[in-house]
Design a protein around this ligand. Structure first.
Ligand code: ADP
Ligand code: FDM
Ligand code: MG
Length: 220
C-alpha cells in the first residue's frame, strides 16, 4: 500500500439531468473533502474558458450553429484538452470532482435522434480518457426537477430532449461500471450525506483499485 504522501487522488464524476443538483452537490462535496484534509479540485464540463469551450458556449447559447457530429467532437476535444492536467492532479494526490463528463457527452448528442449519431458512435471518442473511480448519477423525476425551476434559455433545455436524455442515461449506465445511482429528490443535506458515504467508500478502495484507469468501450 502507498504511503499517505504518495497516495493518488480519486476521480469523482457527478452526472444527471438539468437541475438534479449536480453543481450544488459538487460544491458541498468539495467542502466536505477539503475539511477532511484532502487536496481537492472542482472542475466542470464543458469548460467554457478554452478556445474550444468558447465555441461550445456560443453553440449552447444559440448564437452559433454546428453540425451534430462536429459539436459532439468538440465537447469530446474539450475533455481531451484537460485530460493531462486531470492525470497530473490525480497522480500528485489531488482528488478531482467533475461536474458532467463523457456520460453527458454521449447521451445529449445521441438524444438528438440524428440517424448517424447513435449512443455507440457517440461513445467512441471518449475511449482512452481518464476513467472515473466513481460516477454518481443524481437521479430525479421530471416532476421534481420541474419544481426546481422552469427551462432555461440554452439549447437542450426542453421537454423532448430531457425525456430522451433520461432514457439514454439509463441505457448507458446499464453498460458501464462504477456507477452509483443517488436519489436526488431528497433534501440537499440528505443527498450530500448519501454522496459522502459512496465517496468515502470509493476513496477507501483506491489502494486496491490501483493507478488511474482509462475509459474503455461500451459493454454490449
Ligand atoms: P444542476 O447543476 O444539476 O443543474 P443545481 O445544483 O444548479 O443543479 O440546482 C438547481 C436548482 O435546484 C438550484 O436552485 C438549487 O438550489 C436547487 N436544488 C438543488 N438540489 C436540491 C435539493 N436536493 N432540493 C431542493 N432544491 C435543490
Ligand atoms: N453537454 C455537456 C453536452 O451536450 N455534451 C457534453 O459533453 C457535456 C459535458 O451541455 F445541456 C450539454 C449538457 C447541458 C449543457 O450545461 C451544459 P451545464 O449547465 O453547463 O451543465
Ligand atoms: Mg449545474
Amino acid at each position: 500500500s502507498q504511503s499517505a504522501s504518495t497516495r493518488r487522488g480519486a476521480l469523482i464524476v457527478v452526472e444527471g439531468l438539468d437541475r438534479a443538483g449536480k453543481s450544488s452537490q459538487c460544491e458541498m462535496l468539495r467542502e466536505y473533502l477539503s475539511k477532511g484534509g484532502n487536496a481537492v479540485k472542482y472542475i466542470r464540463f464543458p469548460d467554457r474558458t478554452t478556445p474550444i469551450g468558447q465555441l461550445i458556449d456560443s453553440y449552447l447559447r444559440g448564437s452559433a450553429n454546428q453540425d451534430d457530429h462536429s459539436i459532439h467532437l468538440l465537447f469530446s476535444a474539450n475533455r481531451w484538452e484537460l485530460a493531462k492536467s486531470i492525470e497530473q492532479d490525480i497522480a500528485s494526490g489531488t482528488t478531482v470532482i467533475v461536474d458532467r463528463y463523457s456520460y453527458s457527452g454521449a447521451v445529449y448528442s445521441a438524444a438528438k435522434g440524428n440517424p448517424t449519431l447513435s449512443l455507440d458512435w457517440a461513445w467512441l471518442p471518449e475511449i482512452g480518457l481518464p476513467r472515473p473511480d466513481i460516477c454518481l448519477f443524481l437521479s430525479i423525476s421530471a416532476e421534481e426537477a420541474a419544481k426546481r425551476g422552469g427551462y432555461g434559455a440554452e439549447r437542450y433545455e426542453n421537454e423532448t430532449m430531457q425525456t430522451r436524455v433520461r432514457e439514454l442515461f439509463r441505457s448507458l449506465f446499464g453498460r458501464q461500471e462504477d456507477i452509483a445511482v443517488i436519489d436526488a429528490g431528497k433534501s440537499l443535506e440528505e443527498v450530500s450525506i448519501d454522496i459522502q458515504s459512496v465517496v468515502a467508500d470509493c476513496i477507501g478502495r483506491l489502494d486496491a483499485t490501483g493507478p488511474l484507469r482509462t475509459l474503455g468501450p461500451l459493454a454490449k
